[in-house]
Write a protein that binds this ligand. Sequence first.
Ligand SMILES: NC(=O)c1ccc[n+]([C@@H]2O[C@H](COP(=O)([O-])OP(=O)(O)OC[C@H]3O[C@@H](n4cnc5c(N)ncnc54)[C@H](O)[C@@H]3O)[C@@H](O)[C@H]2O)c1
Length: 265
Amino acid sequence: METIVLTGAAGLVGSVLRGPLRAEARRLVLVDREPLTAEAANEEVRQADLSSAEDVAAVIEGADGVVHLAGIPDEAPLPDLLQANVLGAHHVLEAARLTGVRRVVLASSNRLTGLYPATRTVSPQDPVRPDGLYGVSKAAVEALGRLYADKFGLEVVCLRIGSLEPEPTEARHLATWLSPRDCAGFVLAALRHPGVRFAAAYAVSANTRAFWELPDELGYRPVDDAEGYRIEGAESFFTEGTPQGGDFATPGYTLLRGRLPTASA
Ligand SMILES: NC(=O)c1ccc[n+]([C@@H]2O[C@H](COP(=O)([O-])OP(=O)(O)OC[C@H]3O[C@@H](n4cnc5c(N)ncnc54)[C@H](O)[C@@H]3O)[C@@H](O)[C@H]2O)c1
């Protein structure tokens, strides 16, 4: 690709993708509200806040593909999630439409379906069951992506990212782990696989205990498997009564971080 724009480039996922995207593009534009420093001749950095549609259009103009990661990656008050995740994605999609970007890859999340039981295999065709307000914000992000694909002809891939970690460290990761190498593989495929108008797909390693269907439409088969790592407590996690979101799916997780009032005694 000639030019790729990566938003949220200073974050955890962005840091993993930076090298592989640099190798893919003649020009890689790294965008974040935090300062960044170019590390290669084909990198350009832009400090910008995606809360302004005009600023987004200015930074993505001329891109062949945009990987949009910037946002809040966990439970938070809904107004904050709507601003950062939903309006941020809308600004990127709208700027892509206006400036003629061909393909946009949106960071979605496995937490969109975190209230399915850990014993169930879930596919992107299943109805969403968000495990919190963050998951709700990603459902809205995917709906925006679908709208811009169906109505305006953009190519949009929503990647439901699993748990990106150097290696799995807890029982839930036996199903949800996404290795850095598979993360890069999914994102590169989402950017360049031909013939995709819209796709919502789980990005997860080839875990023996994965509870999400792997996508066929992106042409990437993951290679890593969490099963080879020594993890305590695995059997008690993979039961009917455990939600896929694990601790994220508990009421307390949302009550505390979403700052919702609790019922008085
Ligand atoms: N890390 C994971 O395992 C995981 C799992 C599922 C989904 N995701 C999604 O992937 C994306 C990246 O996650 P992450 O873990 O790297 O998060 P992160 O918090 O480490 O990085 C997010 C980056 O976005 C930037 N940012 C936030 N709001 C911005 C704005 N308005 N304008 C410009 N920059 C802004 C932040 O400065 C930060 O550098 C998020 O959309 C998240 O929901 C991540």
